[in-house]
Write a protein that binds this ligand. Structure first.
Ligand code: PMP
Length: 381
């Protein structure tokens, strides 16, 4: 139950373990082309251009940054935790003049503040993190997408911890790039950088005056490959991660079979059950309220008087693996529970049960059984 890599569906793992074909074998060309089409459905972006490139989520960030930034461009980074800082560092590497607006820990940056900043200078793009995996804070992308349209600023959504677990409507919200990695709610072992770029983002890249400063990430190399697979034609730039792409096609199929609305509701219900149960046991969450709490992971503070290391060790003894803190300012004060993708109600109950037993063993005072009772009540409603 960590926030990635998650647990994977057996069908996805079977596809991963199938014999590796050539990257130009007809069946693989069909698989790749179909995966690109399914991505656009999951992202809700019929007008977008999907990219599948071997690498991690950070490469997906690089694909956006390297292709859309030219030296001297202004970029605004809206940061709600650890991954905003990473985007700022990456954009600077490509020569951007970066301004970073940080939320307070557990909060979001107000839309008004973002709008004022966009009015004050001529920004080329802005980036923001849908769900920051270090804080479990969820940002509402829609108003930011709309601001990007209003002020003609490209909007880049880091959806590594959200795509296929949180609601995303890329076209409707006017987001220019939504990027993710395979190992989270998309449900495929680590190794694929995934993104969908809007026609406006592609246009901006085509109008560059200077070459892209990253050879591997350059869309000049990848766009013809994506187009070829879409047209079901052979092509080559860098050998694709054949087995991972096969697994991706299966996972996207399972996601779309579940249906995006049903899938998002399932994540919302599990997240609500986990948060409410933890609160009932006396734990406080990092996100300041439910409206900005992620549905893909939960980040509670350790209760006062409980040693974090001991608590995680006790939880582990019940066979449940959770993650420690990540945000440097408060790293030792909280832990994280991932609940995306294949996670089901049984997993949620096992997790709450393990936390409840461990809290008791660590001497935390609370009403025995309240955690599991609260979770059951919500899950059965
Ligand atoms: N952004 C967010 C929000 C993330 O959670 C992560 C990974 N945890 C990344 C970017 C980077 O992804 P990767 O580790 O696959 O490079």
């Amino acid at each position: 139950m960590i926030p990635g890599p998650i647990e994977f569906e057996p069908e996805v793992l079977r596809a991963l373990g199938a014999p590796t074909t050539s990257h130009v074998a007809p069946n693989f060309i069909e698989t790749f082309g179909h995966a690109l089409e399914q991505m656009k459905m999951v992202w809700k972006s019929p007008s977008g251009q999907a990219f599948i490139v071997a690498g991690t989520g950070t490469l997906a960030m690089d694909l956006a940054g390297a292709n859309l930034i030219e030296p001297g461009d202004r970029a605004l980074v809206i940061s709600t935790g650890y991954f905003g800082e990473r985007f700022a560092a990456l954009l600077k590497r490509y020569g951007a003049e970066v301004k970073i607006i940080k939320s307070e820990v557990g909060g979001v940056v107000e839309t008004k503040k973002i709008e004022n900043e966009l009015k004050s200078a001529n920004y080329k793009l802005l980036t923001f993190t849908h769900v920051d995996t270090s804080t479990a804070v969820r940002v509402d992308p829609e108003p930011i997408g709309k601001l990007g349209q209003k002020y003609n600023v490209l909007t880049i959504l880091d959806g590594v911890c959200s795509v296929a677990g949180e609601e995303i409507k890329q076209d409707e919200w006017g987001i220019d790039v939504t990027l993710t990695a395979s190992q989270k709610a998309i449900g495929v072992p680590p190794g694929l950088a995934l993104l969908v770029a809007s026609p406006r983002a592609i246009e901006s890249w085509k109008n560059r005056k200077t070459p892209v400063l990253n050879y591997y990430a350059d869309w000049t190399n990848w766009l013809p490959i994506m187009n070829a697979y879409s047209d079901r034609k052979p092509s080559y730039f860098g050998t694709p991660a054949v087995n991972l792409v096969a697994a991706l096609e299966v996972s996207l199929k399972l996601i779309l079979e579940e249906g995006m609305e049903g899938r998002i509701l399932r994540h919302q219900k599990m997240a609500y059950a986990i948060r409410q149960s933890l609160k009932a046991m006396g734990l406080k969450m990092i996100p300041k309220n439910d409206l900005i709490s992620a549905n893909t992971l939960t980040a509670p503070y350790y209760p006062q008087g409980v040693d974090g290391g001991n608590l995680l060790t006790e939880i582990n003894k019940s066979g449940v693996i959770l993650a420690g803190g990540l945000l440097p300012e408060i790293r030792g004060e909280y832990f994280r529970i991932g609940h995306m993708g294949a996670v089901n109600q049984g997993d949620v109950l096992a997790t709450i049960g393990a936390i409840e037993s461990a809290l008791e063993k660590c001497g935390h005072q609370f009403e025995q059984g309240i955690g599991l009772r609260t979770a059951l009540k919500i899950l059965n409603s």
